[in-house]
Design a protein around this ligand. Sequence first.
Ligand code: ATP
Ligand code: MG
Length: 254
Amino acid sequence: MPLIPKSHPRVKSLLIREKLVEGFDNGLVAKEGLLAQGRGEAFDYLLGEKTGRAASNAIRAAAAQILLAKTPVISVNGNIAALCPRQIVKLSKQTNAKLEVNLFYTNEKRKKTIIRILKKNGASEILGSSASSSRKLPGIDSARRIVDKDGIFAADVVVVPLEDGDRTMALRNAGKIVITFDLNPLSRTSHTADITIVDNVTRAIDLLITQCKKLSKRNQKSLQKIIDDFDNRKNLRDNVMQIKNNLARRAKIA
Ligand code: ATP
Ligand code: MG
């Protein structure tokens, strides 16, 4: 990894980028994953590269929804395995959510590499690799619709960080409650999910873990109220306003 001086004004962003590049070199990340990261970075810049109030509200609602789920599943792709494998395993253990490797660009070798990384970070069971337990989600083309019968297929709540719009829609059509992390408040995924956390997953994942711990003491009724009070459309509008206000401020000082 090239040395990035700590004093560099964009050190955090560059370190995240390096994780993706390293993940690509190690066969974890797809070429397309690098492009998705670039798109995310642009939105992160516009959002001010911090967790705003709207994102915090979405994180709280997501925690309540995961805690209320009967069969929650966290879907892991190459970018997530490269960016925050330790935290994803921690979240899964803390909330009894299963882990499933589910790739947009199916590739058995990459799948095995992702499983290896998750195991290295403490995961015991990882679904999504057995052909005999694969099932098809209706509504999307062949390779992208395969899910695990004991994982996403049976889940009531699915956490799909950095997901594509078509697949998010297929999960909704299959009756799943969908939680996503997506820096782009305008994407199809953001608009299709039940709860969209518009934040960099590298910042938001630790906050989600903390919220899950905090809210685990609450009863079901109080968790349900947090979800009922959350409005994803309004939350997305608040994120767009955050971008607008940032730009307006910059326009004044430019
Ligand atoms: P959609 O298919 O939902 O319309 P898209 O085709 O523009 O979106 P995809 O490549 O399908 O984009 O999905 C990847 C999404 O993940 C992008 O919206 C991107 O902004 C987001 N993203 C990339 N890196 C991160 C990150 N580190 N944290 C959160 N979101 C990210
Ligand atoms: Mg897409």
